[in-house]
Design a protein around this ligand. Structure first.
Ligand SMILES: Nc1ncnc2c1ncn2[C@@H]1O[C@H](COP(=O)(O)OP(=O)(O)O)[C@@H](O)[C@H]1O
Ligand SMILES: [Mg+2]
Length: 245
């Protein structure tokens, strides 16, 4: 049995006394892609914000590679080896692509920044051709690519993605999935929050947690989730009774 990279136990959190997470347990093991799927408002983004120390915990613990994150403020997590692409505001629209990538490396020497930005440009050729462009001029898919590259540039061993494919055209969804699989193959463990396109995204995930009203179920295989008619109609709007057309 491989070790847990991320362990969340009995986690409770919310907004100004309004509880959202009701005792969440979750584990991500080295090398896995673990999905969290559920309807809008279920608490998926709240879970990631709480893991990444942007919201205070009302109870429970989060540990990364055995270290209790209560001792680590949000801004120190990249140095610890954790990367996070939030659902919203995940790029700086008024900065160039190059500066978006460089900001993630603040504190490094100019030589090191140039080297790392050059490496990322090799992995994401579409960004290489747009280094001087403001992020606001990128397409939705390119912006998600930049957000992903900005998180990867610090070399995280664990990366959490909040709906990286939502709102994208199907062919672009495929491109972002390919990026995610490449990241996994390079040795980074992933937690992937999915709301749209579960039929396309879930088959790439090793285990799936279904979230509903701030509660996580036991982890399932993607096949178990995709073949469960109740889950399909509940979360994905797929109604088998009308599927005879
Ligand atoms: N900044 C906020 N202030 C107050 N309530 C919030 C805030 N963000 C989210 N919520 C509430 O928390 C619940 C979970 O939201 P969220 O975690 O964004 O769900 P999901 O990401 O699964 O769509 C919802 O009821 C939402 O209205
Ligand atoms: Mg969300």
């Amino acid at each position: 049995m491989s070790e847990a990279v991320l362990r969340v136990e009995a986690l409770e959190a919310g907004y100004g006394g309004f509880p959202v997470l009701h005792g969440v347990d979750l584990e991500v093991t080295a090398g896995e892609i673990v999905a969290v799927v559920g309807p809008n408002g279920a608490g998926k983004s709240t879970l990631l914000k709480t893991i990444f120390r942007l919201l205070p915990t009302a109870g429970g613990t989060v540990s990364f590679e055995g270290a209790d994150l209560r001792r680590h403020p949000a801004h120190s997590l990249a140095e610890l080896g954790m990367g996070y692409v939030p659902q919203e505001n995940n790029t700086f629209p008024d900065l160039s692509v190059r500066d978006n990538l460089s900001v993630a490396l603040r504190g490094s020497s100019p030589v090191e920044i140039r080297r790392r930005v050059g490496e990322v440009a090799e992995s994401y050729p579409a960004l290489r051709d747009r280094m001087g462009q403001n992020a606001s001029t990128l397409s939705g898919g390119e912006r998600q690519m930049l957000a992903l590259a900005s998180a990867m540039i610090t070399g995280p061993r664990f990366l959490a993605l909040d709906e990286p494919t939502t709102g994208l055209a199907p062919s672009i969804v495929r491109e972002r999935i390919d990026d995610i699989l490449r990241i996994r193959d390079s040795g980074t463990t992933l937690m992937w929050v999915i709301e749209e396109s579960p039929l396309v995204c879930l088959p790439h995930c090793d285990r799936v947690y279904v979230m509903q009203a701030g509660v996580l179920g036991e982890p399932l295989s993607s096949q178990e989730v995709l073949q469960d008619a109740a889950l399909q109609s509940l979360f994905f709007g797929v109604d088998h009774n009308t599927g005879d057309g």
